[in-house]
Design a protein around this ligand. Sequence first.
Ligand code: FAD
Length: 251
Amino acid sequence: MQGLTITLKETRDVADGTRLFVFEKPIGYTFKAGQYVALEVPKMEGIEIDSRGLTRSLSIASAPFESDLYFAMRKGESSFKQVCWKLTSGATVVITKAVGFFVVPAEEDTRPIVFVAGGIGITPVRSILKQAEYEKSTRSFTLLYANRFIKDVAFEEEIENITLPHLRHITVLSKSDDPCAPDNDERGYICTEMIKKYCHNITGCLYYIVGSPQFSDAIEKILIDLGVPKENRHIDPFTGLRAVDAKKRSL
Ligand SMILES: Cc1cc2nc3c(=O)[nH]c(=O)nc-3n(C[C@H](O)[C@H](O)[C@H](O)COP(=O)(O)OP(=O)(O)OC[C@H]3O[C@@H](n4cnc5c(N)ncnc54)[C@H](O)[C@@H]3O)c2cc1C
């Protein structure tokens, strides 16, 4: 793959079986919050390359203003993931330029923004919210973030600490029996009632749906049934996260 070689600075675990990879950002590398790249890892001795090869699409989890490039992934069995979990600081990978349309419009567009993220789908949302905080955005953001259990919630503290005047962050745990906090906490799958509870002008909001294809399809269906027009629905299905994986991990 032709592209830019970037160097790993460090890794950190940001949820159960979920790792953040922090790379040096090459001078002059630009992207918009919410975009993604193709990332290729090197061959590694002892890891047999499977039929899907060593390249994956990954959203950039850091914001454009931040000095490093962040990527985050759930652990998996593929040769790509096996290599990733063996990368140590100083290792290099190759990335393409950033692409994609999962970006929010300029601040002059005052329509409220609603993110509906499942599991590792939080990566582009982190980028967008951190950039919005940096730019002192005054727009209205709602984040419905679905995971199975609290241990699966990535960047939890960081998102909780984002200072935006109109950000509401709702944690949705589909499988947890933990008691529900009085505010901004839900149990079960994201459903029509939940959307109605947190989005007041339902057809007037801009929705950004991101997660496994199965998750994205389910949320899109809810929004269609609620009458949300196509132009207000932005979807970033993480193709490659298959249904079986999504059931096991993301919801
Ligand atoms: C625009 C875009 C942005 C994305 N952003 C991110 C992101 O930020 N973070 C992220 O984690 N993912 C992201 N993805 C998804 C990512 O590209 C991978 O597809 C995903 O992480 C799954 O990784 P994997 O293919 O290595 O499989 P694994 O994580 O190893 O497993 C995924 C599924 O494949 C099966 N599987 C594993 N190995 C094999 C094999 N050898 N043969 C057949 N099946 C196998 C597993 O059982 C499982 O069901 C994004 C995708 C797109 C399109």
